[in-house]
Design a protein around this ligand. Structure first.
Ligand code: HSE
Length: 436
């Protein structure tokens, strides 16, 4: 059978990994795919570097349009990133009848509905295993391996940069700003780390997973996005004393009222396997009604780990390219005419547990005032820790863990607690999930 021809848009870290792994494992990949997969064109603005990386083995151009418009190209790999040029090129490739493989989570989380609709109409595939958790085959697991299940919830450490920073903060007792600088120096964080540290990257990935898990459209604009920039080493320490670790989790959860879709720092019991995922590693915990809890762990970024996911998509497309579009695995796991419109809940309606830290004057009755406010707001206390004042200080830290309650109850209680004259400054609130 004649080789399937691939055009690569962008030969940076992931692109060069894809080129190298495909070449290195060509023989085995061909045996798996049923025909040879060849990158025959590469588009990159830095053509000199692209020529060096590809050793003259394929045509190198500086205009990506030449690839998406080329009649011989069967599959386009988009590794440019962002929503601008990448979106135009993906839409052009689809319009030209080409299958697309992309690692672009930002593009899919915001424009996925338009892209998947166009692909459906044109009868081509858009594959995106590399867009979520790099080398971990979580899309395949959710869309196919767990297809028998009604997925109840998933929770993932899906951003390596922030997990590295949180691990360092815990190990070394350092504050966020110091660790961020160190992470940048070591190359774990980008020069502009905003998308990672503000939780946006994780929210893109959680949005994509929520669509596949629940059969809803991708709706990044409805996700609650909160990063780790305000997290203090003090809270990591107190959490530890109470038997918890703090992780930036992407959570998608089915509830009777709708879907919770949220990214925020979260206390999780230290004894859970996922709590022990350290450094830049990723992990996703998925709970299905039939299978129970399943955990997927691995490298969420990097040249060859991400290439592993890109090539898995190339093989999938190669195997399925000749199948009728209606007999392929649907892009978002559910048949396009069977998607549902279950709402994504506003944060005020979310139900979870909470870690609350406040600084108070060490006086009679302060604790009673605080617990009365919580009781009046129907918030039940699960655990409590009071740190005695330092020598010469008159203020004490109180840490309270609550049982599950609605976010709006906690917000109302916090406002009342902060209004007490004996409470100093603001109450620190971090959500807590048992993940059991
Ligand atoms: N910047 C991401 C991370 C990798 O730190 O995990 C690409 O999504």
């Amino acid at each position: 059978m004649k080789p399937i021809k691939v055009g690569l848009l962008g030969i940076g870290t992931v692109g060069s990994g894809t080129f190298n792994v495909l070449k290195r494992n060509q023989e085995e990949i061909t045996r798996r795919a049923g025909r040879s997969i060849q990158i025959t064109m590469v588009a990159d603005l830095n053509t000199e570097r692209a020529k060096e990386l590809t050793n003259g083995e394929c045509e190198v151009v500086n205009d990506a349009n030449l690839v998406v418009n080329h009649p011989d190209i069967d599959i386009v790999i988009e590794l440019i990133g962002g929503y601008g040029i990448a979106r135009d090129l993906v839409m052009k490739a689809i319009a030209n009848g080409k299958h697309v493989v992309t690692a672009n989570k930002a593009l899919l989380a915001t424009h996925g509905t338009e892209i998947f609709r166009a692909a459906q109409e044109k009868g081509v595939m858009v594959a995106f295993e590399a867009a979520v958790a790099g080398g971990i085959p979580i899309i395949k697991a959710l869309r196919e391996g767990l297809t028998a299940n009604r997925i109840q919830w998933l929770a993932g450490i899906i951003n390596g940069t922030t997990n590295f920073i949180l691990s360092e903060m815990r190990d070394k007792g350092l504050d966020f700003d110091i660790v961020l600088k160190e992470a940048q120096r070591l190359g774990y964080a980008e020069a502009d780390p905003t998308f990672d540290i503000e939780g946006v990257d994780a929210a893109h990935k959680a949005t994509i997973m929520s669509a596949i898990a629940f059969g809803i459209p991708v709706q990044f604009d409805k996700a609650h996005v909160e990063g780790i920039t305000k997290l203090q080493a003090t809270d990591i320490r107190y959490a530890e004393q109470l038997g918890y670790r703090i992780k930036l989790l992407g959570i998608a959860k089915r509830t009777p009222k709708g879907i919770e879709l949220r990214v925020h720092p979260t206390l999780i019991p230290a004894k859970r396997l996922i709590a022990n995922v350290e450094g830049a590693m990723n992990a996703v915990l998925v709970h299905g009604d039939a299978v129970g809890a399943t955990l997927y762990y691995g490298k969420g970024a990097g040249s060859e780990p991400t290439a592993s996911a890109v090539i898995a998509d190339l093989v999938d497309i190669t195997r399925l390219a000749t199948a009728d579009p209606e007999h392929r695995v649907p892009h978002l796991a559910f048949q396009p005419d069977s998607m549902n419109d279950t709402p994504i809940l506003p944060m005020s309606e979310v139900t979870t547990s909470y870690y609350l830290r406040m600084q108070v004057d060490d006086q009679t009755g302060v604790l009673a005032d605080i617990t009365r406010i919580l009781a009046d707001s129907t918030i039940s206390i699960d655990a409590m820790l009071q740190k005695e004042p330092e020598e010469g200080d008159t203020r004490a830290d109180i840490i309270i863990l609550t049982h599950q309650t609605q976010e709006k109850n906690v917000e109302a209680a916090i406002a009342k607690i902060e209004a007490l004259s004996t409470v100093v400054g603001q109450v620190t609130k971090i959500r807590l999930e048992q993940l059991s």
